[in-house]
Design a protein around this ligand. Sequence first.
Ligand code: NAD
Length: 422
Amino acid sequence: MSEDNLLDLALVRLDEAARHLAIDPDVIEKLKYPRETTKARLMIRMDDGSRKSFIAWRCRYDDTRGPTKGGIRYHPDASEEEAEALAFWMTFKCAVMNLPYGGGKGAVRVDPRSLSRSELERLSRAYIQAFARILGPDRDIPAPDVYTNSMIMGWMADEYAQIVGQAAPAVITGKPLALGGSVGRDDATARGGYYLTCHLAAEMGLGEQMRVAIQGFGNAGRHIARLLAADGHKIVAVSDSAGAVFAHDGLNVERLEAAKAAGRPVTSTVGLDGHQECPADELIATACDLLVPAALENMIHERNVSKVQARVVLELANGPVTPEADRILERNGVIVLPDILANAGGVTVSYFEWVQNRQGYYWELAEVHSRLRTIMEREGREIWRTAQEKKVPMRTAAYVHALRRLAAAIEAHGTQNFFSAE
Ligand code: NAD
């Protein structure tokens, strides 16, 4: 997929959802343009004394439902188009979950692996210096994304506090626990997908003991494997960037986790506990009930989608199924639990972190889990109902569900004048 049309592709979802609702065309027009995208050149001192500059963006796509919320990505291919498309997705993801947020996204065009730790810290602080005037707990709240993590969020929160001259932990989520992070954030994305799948299992025709294949064994993939295995489901295949492993009677998830914790690929467990190697690109062809793409975008596409045997696809990754593949899965009767719902547990616990920071009162893990479960089940059930009523796939239903909320907020604000910064 060319990066030039990422936002156009995202907007296809908007048009599709609009067809199922009687909506003021002004609302759709407003949602077609980001409210503001700010660009900066970050010039930092390198360890050898030289200076290097990096292009950075922050997009606040829509703030009708609340402050904009979305991660900051460090990537050599980052672009303004991509930041805007991802900010559009965040707008819908927050609306799907009824979080009081709009959508935003940030990016720096950099290969973070080429920087030392101190260069990475200077770059992260420079990002906040450049964008501090548009950030804030009531304006725009970043979080981690690809190649950024809690350590970076900690530096960023610290830089922001220095600029405004007071502690402001609610300006950023995904912080280390020591700086006001929330318990339960580490496995929130997988846990949200797990609660959703369990809640709708009977309706989707999933049995008591599922066979599960998981593509990607990082944060999202590892945690969902653990949660499902603990319930007695069989994790029959998993993969990472180095390869895939399969076991007809179920893989030993603890063994896999130990291998990853020691920095080894999942294939290092081949030969142990009945684990067999299988070609990585065959993972999606595994005979299973539930397929969980938890690696990268566009992994299931027109050329490999016909191999999918699963009854249900749980999109823990963002955008793992291309629009063409999506149509084929629908034709084949495969249920896709779409990313803006399936992986929204992460942003939901980020919201809990923001609430706790503002309250100055921190919850127990059981409270985080119980609140997450309530929201995933409530929104999942509503979207399921919409899908049945309108006879549309879950993805369209999720966009319809979000668009209803966005339209209500936009209309309540008044639709006389809109602007988007050019
Ligand atoms: P991660 O970097 O921890 O894990 C990614 C995993 O994918 C790694 O195991 C990697 O080896 C594997 N991988 C890479 N290329 C692969 C390939 N070709 N085939 C098979 N596996 C491959 O990342 P993560 O945080 O787990 O995120 C995974 C996906 O979930 C991304 O799309 C991300 O945007 C999405 N997501 C994550 C979160 C979160 O809270 N972590 C929240 C929302 C969405």
